[in-house]
Design a protein around this ligand. Structure first.
Ligand code: 2AM
Ligand code: CA
Ligand code: CA
Ligand code: CA
Length: 254
C-alpha cells in the first residue's frame, strides 16, 4: 500500500530541492516571527505553497499540518495526514546557506508510514518508514550500533543547554562529545545514520514527524523525556536515541 504515493513524494522532494537551490540565487525577504532569532523567508512560504498544493493533489482526503500556516486546522491524527516543514533550519538557510532541510511525513491513524528529509545542499534524500526500510537516496541504511552515552556523540538543543535546563549539561559531560547543527532535520539524519547516539530537543510536529518514521524502523528509541506518551500533534521535549543512550539519559534526567 502507498508505494505510488511514496514514489510521488520522493519526486516532489527533488522538485522542491531544485526550486529552493534556484531561489537562493536571487533576493528573498526575511521576516521575524517571534524575535530576531526566529525567522521566516519568502522561500519558506513559497515552498510550503508548492508542497501543500502537490500533496492535496496526491491525496485530496488527507489533512495537512504545515509550519507556516497554509495547512489545515488539525486537531487529531485520524485518517491520512501529511506533516510538512518547508524549510527546516531557516536561520541556517539565511546565515549559512547550508545545513537546512525540507521535511514531509505521512501518518495514517496516528501511526508513521513514511518520513522524508532532504538535505538540500548535500542533495541527499533520507526516506522510509516502519516495515519499509530506510534509505539515503537509493542506498539502504543499517540500524545504528546500540552504543551507550559514554561512547556516543550527542546533539543537544542549544537554547536549553545554554539556559542550564533539564540536566543537559551533565548529559553533555558524560557523552563523548556534544554537537549542535541548528536544523532538526539535519540532527535527525545524524541519529538515523548512527553519526550521533542521541538527539535531545524541544520539537514541534513538523520537526519530529519525518525523522520519527525512520528512527522507529531502525530500532531507535523515540520518546518524550517526561516519559509520557508522545503526542505528535503538540510540541514536546523529545529524545531520539539508541536504546542504550535512551536508558542512560533517562537515568540522568529523572
Ligand atoms: P525551523 O527552522 O523550521 O523553525 C533550530 O535549533 C531548530 O529548531 C530548527 O530545526 C528550527 O526549525 C527549530 N526551531 C526554531 N525555533 C524553534 C523554537 N522556538 N522552538 C523549537 N524549535 C525551534
Ligand atoms: Ca520556524
Ligand atoms: Ca523546523
Ligand atoms: Ca521551518
Amino acid at each position: 500500500m502507498y508505494e505510488q504515493l511514496d514514489q510521488s513524494i520522493q519526486q516532489l522532494m527533488w522538485d522542491v530541492r531544485k526550486r529552493t537551490l534556484k531561489r537562493m540565487q536571487s533576493a528573498y525577504d526575511v521576516a521575524m516571527k517571534t524575535s530576531y532569532k526566529d525567522l521566516v523567508t519568502t522561500v519558506d512560504k513559497e515552498n510550503e505553497r508548492f508542497i501543500d498544493d502537490h500533496l492535496r493533489k496526491l491525496d485530496p482526503n488527507a489533512k495537512i499540518v504545515s509550519e507556516e500556516g497554509l495547512g489545515d486546522k488539525v486537531t487529531d491524527l485520524k485518517g491520512p495526514v501529511f506533516i510538512v516543514d518547508p524549510i527546516d533550519g531557516t536561520m541556517n538557510f539565511v546565515m549559512q546557506h547550508r545545513n537546512f532541510a525540507i521535511m514531509i511525513a505521512f501518518f495514517v491513524d496516528g501511526q508513521p508510514v513514511y518520513g522524508y528529509i532532504m538535505d538540500v545542499i548535500e542533495g541527499t534524500l533520507y526516506h522510509g518508514g516502519p516495515g519499509k526500510g530506510v534509505y539515503c537516496n537509493d542506498q539502504r541504511l543499517h540500524a545504528p550500533a546500540d552504543n551507550d552515552l559514554h561512547d556516543s556523540l550527542v546533539v543537544l538543543n542549544s537554547g536549553i543547554t545554554l539556559n542550564g535546563g533539564h540536566n543537559f549539561r551533565e548529559i553533555g559531560l558524560q557523552a563523548r562529545g556534544v554537537r549542535m547543527y541548528g536544523s532538526a532535520g539535519i540532527e535527525m539524519i545524524a541519529v538515523i545514520t548512527g553519526r550521533v547516539g542521541g538527539y535531545l530537543s524541544y520539537l514541534h510536529p513538523w520537526d519530529l514527524a519525518a525523522g520519527m518514521a525512520m528512527a522507529k524502523e531502525l530500532g531507535l528509541s523515540v520518546k518524550a523525556i517526561d516519559e509520557k506518551e508522545l503526542d505528535v500533534l503538540s510540541s514536546n521535549l523529545v529524545l531520539v536515541a539508541t536504546q542504550q543512550v535512551s536508558r542512560d539519559i533517562s537515568e540522568l534526567i529523572n
